[in-house]
Design a protein around this ligand. Structure first.
Ligand code: ADP
Length: 181
């Protein structure tokens, strides 16, 4: 978990390679649906382009289907999900029903100005339609309003670990791996 631009996707990729588990990014899955112009994609785009959250039921359906696949049986990293309390509760339920356990919730931290700079730069380099200053600000606000409260949810379960998201990429990967191992 962590605000937009903190490096969740980058770190999840490094850790996936190290631990040989699946990296499941709901942002990537949704962007693929948008590109494919599927019903989910056409719907999701209405929210994503404004930096708003796609409705919980769509996300819960996507993740339930994905983690039931055989390549997820040895473990997976969820990146970008859950983002709301109903999603977190939905995740609990779906994992429980297929005999999975959530081992750890990693919260990557960084200060807001650093994040805005990183995202504006990413917007200039990539074609992500939601990396423009106004939409970024919106995504950041939504993170603090709707997703940050989940930190308490996982803290209360005793599985939350905070990791400083500032520094060199390999250094941060090591901080996370040290916790997971
Ligand atoms: P970032 O974390 O950098 O903002 P993501 O790639 O994780 O970007 O997500 C991009 C967009 O996809 C979000 O702004 C949101 O519209 C949508 N999205 C991704 N995951 C979820 C989720 N779990 N719940 C609702 N919307 C989501």
């Amino acid at each position: 978990m962590g605000p937009p631009g903190v490096g969740k996707g980058t770190q999840a990729d490094c850790i996936k390679n190290e631990l040989m588990i699946v990296h499941l990014s709901t942002g990537e899955i949704l962007r693929a649906e948008v590109d494919a112009k599927s019903v989910i994609g056409i719907n999701a785009k209405l929210y994503m382009d404004f930096g708003r959250l796609v409705p919980d039921n769509i996300l819960i359906e996507i993740v339930t289907e994905r983690i039931s696949k055989s390549d997820c049986q040895n473990g997976y990293i969820l990146d970008g999900f859950p983002r709301t309390l109903p999603q977190a509760k939905g995740l609990d339920k779906m994992m429980h029903s297929i005999g999975h356990d959530l081992d750890c919730a990693i919260s990557l931290t960084a200060n807001k100005d650093e994040l805005l700079d990183r995202l504006i730069k990413r917007g200039e380099e990539s074609s992500r339609s939601d990396d423009t200053p106004d939409v970024i600000r919106n995504r950041q606000n939504i993170y603090w309003e709707q997703t940050a409260p989940l930190l308490d949810f996982y803290h209360d379960k005793g599985i939350l670990k905070e990791v400083d998201g500032l520094g060199e990429i390999p250094e941060i990967t090591k901080r996370i791996l040290d916790i997971l191992k």
